[in-house]
Design a protein around this ligand. Structure first.
Ligand code: ATP
Ligand code: MG
Ligand code: FE
Length: 356
């Protein structure tokens, strides 16, 4: 089975071709991503209108490029998978409508894929992970701890009650005068900083629920910055290091509880239990080290797919489509509509009467 994937939910336009044989062996035949970073950086964040227009301008050519690099024609593709939510509605419309048009013209089935499901299933493509496992998604738009039970079977154990973690990095960077996107800039500055200089809050630490909260941390950073302004480079470095330390401590507590819960619910899993990390914030080395140490301590395998498959891409969308095909699930009808909001654990119910 061979599938063409399309991703346009945020600020990356992406197309990919992935194949999977009867034994479940898979092959990424092409993986094309066009980041719109340059178009948004002047505004310090993603501008929906600009994003949608950029998707329109790039997508057709990108799909042609993905097919060309995979060395296949549309006829040699068995299905189309396109992200249909959650995300920015303008971009979703562009990708899903294009997917529908290709499916219609080429007479191929269409799978409307939940973007989060793409992130959730990637580790099965890259590391052959078996169900069930835990996934931590930390990106600019999402911070969620998800139990992945099977294809189409997800339970959201925790989510952020305010800012996403990547958003916290971006906002902190902005108020410190660092460039967008903030994550890499904060991480770079933190290297030369004193992480013990500021004692920033660690929201929800110690609480039984598995949710996250990062807006208080950002407020504390703003306060600290105002108190000692004007900031020297060393001040900025110290704030960044202390900020990252607060996040590490927070994740250690939150995810640590998640691992415990997993062990309680699955006392005897078939293989070593696993935690997968996904999303752009997964690039952060301190965060990775924290999660790795936590997994080591709790007897979990820590899985971090290669970064280009952790951030937004179309390989994961194609793969999620393949996984659904492999379960024998029916494709979506061509009246399927994009959804800007689409919680992962509501998939089963939304598939019925989708778009009505
Ligand atoms: P979505 O949330 O819809 O999946 P997104 O575009 O917001 O998409 P990604 O592209 O996965 O998310 O990740 C971008 C985020 O990752 C930004 O918030 C960025 O600051 C953050 N990020 C990138 N590198 C690092 C890093 N080294 N440390 C911390 N955060 C980082
Ligand atoms: Mg992005
Ligand atoms: Fe994403």
């Amino acid at each position: 089975l061979r599938i063409l994937g399309i991703e346009t939910s945020c600020d990356e336009t992406a197309a990919a071709v992935v194949e999977r044989d009867a034994e479940g062996h898979s092959n990424v035949l092409s993986d094309v991503v066009l980041s719109q970073l340059d178009e948004h950086s002047a505004y310090g964040g993603v501008v929906p209108e600009i994003a949608a227009r950029a998707h329109v301008e790039a997508l057709d050519e990108l799909i042609a490029e993905a097919l060309k690099r995979a060395n296949v024609s549309l006829d040699e593709v068995d299905a189309i998978a396109a992200t249909s939510g959650p995300g920015l509605i303008g971009g979703l419309l562009v990708g899903l409508m294009t997917g529908k048009a290709i499916a219609r013209a080429a007479g191929k089935p269409l799978y409307a894929v939940n973007h989060l499901e793409g992130h959730a299933l990637t580790a099965r493509l890259t590391d052959g992970l078996a169900f069930p496992y835990l996934m931590l998604l930390v990106s600019g738009g999402h911070t969620q701890l998800i139990l992945v039970r099977g294809v189409g079977q997800y339970e959201r154990w925790g989510t952020t009650i305010d800012d996403a973690l990547g958003e916290a990095f971006d906002k902190t960077a902005k108020l410190l005068g660092l460039p967008y996107p903030g994550g890499p800039a904060v991480e770079r500055m933190a290297r030369d900083g004193n992480a013990d200089r500021f004692d920033f809050p660690r929201p929800l630490v110690g609480e039984a629920r598995l949710d996250f909260s990062f807006s208080g941390l950002k407020t504390a950073v703003r306060q600290a910055a105002q108190d000692i302004a004007p900031l020297s480079d060393q001040d900025v470095a110290d704030i960044c290091a202390s900020f990252q330390k607060a996040i590490s401590r927070t994740l250690k507590d939150r995810i640590g509880r998640g691992l415990q819960r997993f062990k309680t619910e699955f006392p005897a899993p078939g293989e070593e239990p696993a935690l997968v990390v996904a999303g752009g914030v997964a690039a952060n080395l301190e965060l990775r080290a924290t999660l790795q140490a936590l997994c080591d301590k709790n007897g979990f395998r820590f899985v971090a797919p290669p970064l280009h498959l952790c951030t937004d891409n179309a390989v994961m969308i194609a793969w999620a489509g393949l996984e659904r095909m492999a379960t024998g699930a029916a494709p979506d009808t061509l009246d399927v509509q994009p959804r800007s909001r689409w919680p992962l654990d509501s998939r089963a119910e939304t598939l019925v009467g989708f778009g009505k």
